[in-house]
Design a protein around this ligand. Structure first.
Ligand SMILES: Cc1cc2nc3c(=O)[nH]c(=O)nc-3n(C[C@H](O)[C@H](O)[C@H](O)COP(=O)(O)OP(=O)(O)OC[C@H]3O[C@@H](n4cnc5c(N)ncnc54)[C@H](O)[C@@H]3O)c2cc1C
Length: 593
């Protein structure tokens, strides 16, 4: 049985030592003192460890079933869902006007990491609801907000997002689902959507589908797309449930992982829909949901890495094989625990330095979202928009890689089912694909985000890294050597890559697009390098002041040094690949592959 232990202490370190949340000038953050965040994290941790994690294997083995149009979730999911509702977890960061607790997005992310590590498939039911909530909250009419949001925040109703159709996933301009206006102001929605997560299930009383469809007069491509609310059950004036709408689940996908989450074919047979936001501006509204969802998927990626690493570590401490080359570490036993071997340590440190860096990066991004929304800060909004494809693409690629490395730590026990590692690998794999494949994230980064605001945001990022390194250089030779110098070098690589795109972008777009994936990874490494340098500083300061657990803080420094020495140099390789341009990628004729 796999283990899961909520990483409360690590999270507290990021929140208070790194981000110094209680001092941040963001409305609502003043309440986030150490005691308050500890209480929230501990409660979420208990739910994750005791309720959600034990259901992870059950969900994987039983999966969901469809019978006569009704989808049943695995045993125990309903009860766990009720416990989530009763604890108010679903509305943790939702607007109090609609029954939410109004906590910062950052706290929602910290709690979300635990829920995802414990049981990703289960947490998707409420994750999708949150995305749908956000789209209605931002773009819906007052009446729509009053009708749908309180029940979605409570969790008694859930939500979905319906973009994908059998012939299109990435290129949404091709969608065929159509919306026809009706005399009473509603719309008639007809078409088929596929791979809809949580499209049908038995956890909530109603399901509020958000559906992209084409309404007449919108023109070709994505310009013609509008967004509609299509409830599973119609909602009466008084809020009670009415007749069943003409939307149904036509099938469940058999798939590699996340078996506990229902992935549905959804048929809309003249269903009643309600327009959200402006006609023909559906992509804009959907982007609200997608941007939030992309950060959520980045979080899923590293959160699977977190739990995989925990299990790899437990195994490595326990499994006896071979002897330490420097002499027996366990002379009484027949062999030493495998954690003594340099190659096993390398593997574990690769995992540890990634997941802890990724957590810091994601929480930093979540704080930016709070700053953008709560302080109406346009610069924070622009920065998180730039970083969103990096969070999604880099953290899910590396998160998946982490689950594979963790599986490797266990040898054959990683491949067989008992230890659960193979499930983490299978579950993590989808994060690289949905919410826009990682290839598409890299195109978004290079094609749109790099040039946003005339390149001002990326320049601001470079300045921030440079300013940070300059401010802290020259105070401690070892810190300069181990943290700041590698960060400066990696940041130079990123700037050189940015320069390459600026020079090549217009005249040779294939050169830019051939290097976009490497750029996303190069950028991700610089972000994690920055996080580790900042965490190194925070750990050093706490040690100097005699605050906190010295062993924990020394471990932070050692893990950071590992990242800087063994992971960050990847930036040089990515730069080299980028600078090789389009030629190596584009020369081969399609027929010669
Ligand atoms: C388990 C699961 C759950 C899902 N949940 C949902 C959901 O809840 N709601 C929903 O709407 N959808 C959902 N999806 C769909 C998912 O978002 C899509 O599968 C994904 O966006 C990719 O689209 P596609 O599969 O059609 O791939 P395609 O668009 O066919 O792409 C195939 C490949 O070509 C690449 N490619 C395509 N176009 C370009 C281009 N212009 N330049 C470079 N490369 C390109 C892609 O990167 C990809 O590698 C889910 C899918 C799965 C498997």
């Amino acid at each position: 049985m796999p283990i899961y232990e909520a990483p409360t202490r690590d999270m507290q370190f990021v929140l208070h030592d790194l981000l110094k949340v209680a001092e941040a000038d963001i409305p609502g953050y003043e309440e986030l003192d150490r005691e308050t965040t500890a209480a929230i994290l501990e409660e979420a941790g208990k739910l994750s460890e005791n309720v959600l994690a034990p259901l992870n294997t059950v969900g994987d083995e039983q999966g969901c079933t469809l019978e006569n149009g009704v989808v049943r979730t695995p045993e125990g999911f309903r009860d766990a869902y009720e416990q989530m509702r009763a604890g108010g977890w679903m509305g943790l960061d939702a607007d109090p006007e609609y029954g939410g607790q109004g906590m910062p997005y950052l706290i929602g992310s910290a709690v979300g990491e635990m829920f995802v590590s414990a049981n990703m498939a289960f947490n998707m039911y409420q994750g999708l609801t949150h995305g749908a909530y956000s789209a209605i909250h931002t773009h819906g009419s007052d009446a729509q907000k009053r009708t749908y949001l309180p029940k979605m925040v409570d969790g008694i109703w859930s939500g979905t997002m319906n973009l994908t159709e059998p012939h299109c996933g990435t290129d949404l301009g091709l969608i065929r689902t159509k919306a026809e206006p009706q005399d009473d102001g509603t719309w008639r929605i007809t078409g088929q959507k596929i791979w809809i997560s949580a499209g049908e299930h038995d956890l909530s009383e109603n399901i509020i589908h958000l559906v992209l469809a084409k309404a007449p007069g919108g023109g070709e491509g994505t310009r013609g797309i509008s967004l509609f609310i299509v409830p599973k059950f119609m909602v009466n004036e008084d809020g009670s449930l009415g007749a069943r709408n003409a939307v149904s689940c036509g099938g469940l996908e058999k798939k590699m992982g996340i078996h506990g989450n229902a992935t549905c074919v959804m048929n809309y047979d003249g269903a009643t829909g309600y327009l959200v936001g402006e006609l023909h501006k559906g992509m804009r509204a959907m982007f609200t949901m997608m941007n939030e969802a992309r950060i959520g998927v980045g979080l899923q990626g590293y959160a699977q890495g977190v739990v995989a690493y925990q299990n790899a570590l437990a195994f490595a401490r326990d499994r006896l094989q071979g002897r330490d080359v420097t002499g027996p570490a366990n002379p009484e036993g027949p062999a030493d625990p495998i954690i003594v071997h340099p190659d096993v340590r390398r593997n574990l440190l690769h995992q540890k330095s990634f997941v802890e860096g990724a957590r810091a990066f994601t929480f930093w991004g979540a704080q930016m979202i709070d700053r953008a929304h709560r302080n109406q800060d346009a610069e924070a909004e622009a920065m998180i928009s730039l970083l969103t494809p990096v969070i999604k693409g880099f953290l899910t690629d590396k998160g998946f890689e982490t689950t594979v490395l963790a599986q490797q730590t266990l040898g054959g026990s990683g491949f067989t089912r008992e230890w659960g590692l193979e499930q983490f690998v299978r579950d993590a794999r989808i994060t690289m694909i949905y919410e826009g494949t990682n290839g598409i994230q890299s195109l978004d980064l290079v094609g749109r985000k790099l040039g946003q605001n005339g390149g001002k945001t990326i320049m601001a990022f470079f300045e921030m890294v440079k300013g940070f390194a300059k401010e802290h250089a020259g105070q401690d030779e070892a810190f300069d050597r181990d943290f700041l110098d590698p960060l400066k070098q990696a940041s130079k690589d990123l700037q050189a890559a940015g320069m390459f795109f600026m020079q090549q972008g217009m005249k040779n777009p294939q050169a830019a697009l051939s290097g976009s994936y490497d750029f996303m990874h190069l950028f991700g490494h610089v972000c994690l390098g920055l996080m580790w340098a900042k965490m190194g500083l925070a750990a050093r300061a706490a040690l100097a002041e005699g605050r906190g657990d010295a062993e924990f803080l020394e471990a932070k420094l050692a893990t950071g040094r590992y990242y800087m020495a063994r992971q960050l140099p990847a930036t040089a390789m990515h730069l080299k690949r980028i600078e090789s341009g389009a030629e190596p990628v584009m020369t081969l004729d399609a027929a010669s592959f």
